[in-house]
Structures are given as structure tokens and as C-alpha cells.
Unconditional design. Structure first.
Length: 290
């Protein structure tokens, strides 16, 4: 099963060698949504990945209109998830918030809602039980999302996040969860920052490709030492040790033809003019990914 979500095929902003490129909002968080959209359109970048908090502050329907009027696509909405709470009130609140996230993704015209599963509940040490809570939550949410044309995309995060942010640490674990559900309802996110170190990724990409499970592909580099800690230490493309082009080629070989979304959390980038960063990302994408 081949996944083909190529943004440039449908949007006039897509031009030449940037036809698959998407810029995640967090890469240039200093830009407003209209500024991000204008900057991407000017460079021929056809996709943007959005985050719920700034979208809510701007207005979900208003954001959808701005993106649509520019001829761009929202390639993903981040994030849903955080399913591992043991308190019943927190559990129900998480489910309600995720249903709202699905609705927001549908309004934005995005078919992909990224899920970050959540860490261990306070005082807990049972990773397996926490992952089962993730599966239980997805079971509750997947039909709701499917009815609205939204696919849930499980994102594995680097193991250093397992205790507090994401108990799903490897692509294999993400696929074990996703494969409990129909492929059109639940897929996985492949993010180079989180997965570059795992020697099992090539075989897991083949596995994911066989059933069309790759719902999103995100890029960031790994620099050492991490300049801002684990969360905000992502490197600009080409600044670190990740074989970005090789990763892209393996993802393509697995049958994925969709957007390539650059998501770099880096305060040094946020301190620079946003349009300058957009231009740099486009150049780095051409040099290190295409």
C-alpha cells in the first residue's frame, strides 16, 4: 500500500525542487500564521505544519481560511495525545481534548493529527501498562477521527522522553500500536530527530511501508552536545550527524510520497528574522535532503 500525499501536486505554491517541502510552525515560531503562509508561498513551499495553541489563539477557522486562500496545505496538526493519566478525570479530559484536536484538524483541512502519547503517570514505573493506555485511547478516538477524515499519527519520541512525554520510543513500538487498527485510521510519524540512532529503523520502514502506515515524515538534525537540552536542542538541517538524504530515500523506498516537514525546535533560529530562517531551510533542504 502506497501513501501519496504530495502537496505540490495540488497547490500552486509548490515549485520545482521544493514541491514536497513543508515548514512546521515551530521552526519559525516568531512568525504569525499569515507571515508564515506568505513566506512559504513566496518561496514556493506548498505546505505548513501547525500547532494547536497558536492556531487557537489566532482562530481555527480564520487560520484555515488564510492557508486555503494562499493555496497551501496544512500537512499536519500537532498535537493530540497525552493519554497515560491514571486519574479518571484527567483521562476523560484527555479524550475530550483529543476529540477537539480532531475537529480542529478537520477544520484546517489536515488529514493528519500527530499524537504524542504522554509519559508515565506520577509515581508509576510500568511502561507496558502506560502503552496499553495509549492503545485504549486510540481505540476510543480512531473511529471519531475517521468520520471526520482525520488520520491519527503515532509519533515515537527519543527514549530520553519516555518518563515524562512519550512512552512510545521506537518506530517498532509505534507500529505495534498502529497495527491494531485499520491503516487508514492510524499511522505513524517518522521523525529523524527521534529515530536516527536506531539501527532497526530501515527494517521497520519496510514494515511500515507494506501496510501504508507512514502518515508523516519530519526532519531535524542531531547536534552534540544538545545546545538547549533535549526538547529545544534540535539542529538545523545539515548542522548535525543525521544522514537526512539517506533517511528520505529510505522513507521514499517504503512507498511514502507525502510532505517532508521540517520541524526544528531551536531558540537560536527563533531569535533570527523568520523569513531569513525560511530561506535557509529551503536552501538546506535542497542541499541535504533532495
Amino acid at each position: 500500500m502506497t501513501t501519496d500525499n504530495r502537496v505540490g501536486a495540488h497547490h500552486p505554491a509548490g515549485a520545482g525542487d521544493l514541491v514536497r517541502l513543508s515548514i512546521n510552525q515551530q521552526t519559525v515560531r516568531q512568525l504569525s500564521i499569515p507571515q508564515l503562509v506568505r513566506g512559504c508561498r513566496a518561496l514556493g513551499i506548498p505546505g505548513v505544519g501547525l500547532w494547536r495553541s497558536p492556531v487557537q489563539a489566532f482562530g481555527v477557522e480564520r487560520a484555515a481560511q488564510v492557508v486555503r486562500d494562499a493555496g497551501l496545505t496544512v500537512t499536519s496538526l500537532c498535537r493530540g495525545g497525552f493519554f497515560t493519566a491514571s486519574d479518571p478525570g484527567e483521562w476523560n479530559a484527555a479524550l475530550a481534548d483529543n476529540r477537539a484536536a480532531v475537529d480542529e484538524a478537520a477544520t484546517l483541512g489536515s488529514s493528519t493529527l500527530v499524537l504524542v502519547s504522554g509519559g508515565l503517570p506520577a509515581g508509576a514505573k510500568d511502561l507496558a501498562a502506560a502503552r496499553e493506555r495509549v492503545a485504549e485511547a486510540i481505540d476510543r478516538l480512531a473511529p471519531y477521527a475517521a468520520e471526520r477524515g482525520v488520520r491519527l499519527a503515532i509519533e515515537p519520541l527519543h527514549p530520553m522522553f519516555a518518563s515524562d512525554r512519550c512512552v512510545v520510543s521506537t518506530l517498532s513500538q509505534a507500529l505495534d500500536l498502529a497495527e491494531r487498527f485499520p491503516a487508514e485510521q492510524v499511522g505513524v510519524v517518522v521523525d529523524t530527530y527521534h529515530l536516527w540512532w536506531d539501527e532497526r529503523v530501515p527494517e521497520q520502514l519496510v514494515r511500515a511501508g507494506r501496510s501504508g502506515r507512514i502518515a508523516a515524515f519530519q526532519l531535524a538534525d542531531w547536534v552534540t552536545p544538545l545546545p538547549e537540552g533535549a526538547l529545544l536542542g534540535r539542529g538545523q538541517l545539515g548542522d548535525g550527524c543525521v544522514d537526512l538524504r539517506g533517511f528520505r530515500e529510505r522513507v521514499d523506498a517504503a512507498g511514502y510520497g507525502g510532505p517532508v516537514e521540517v520541524e526544528v525546535f531551536n531558540p537560536q533560529l527563533w531569535q533570527r528574522p523568520g523569513t531569513e530562517v525560511l530561506e535557509e531551510v529551503a536552501g538546506r533542504y535542497r542541499e541535504h535532503v533532495r
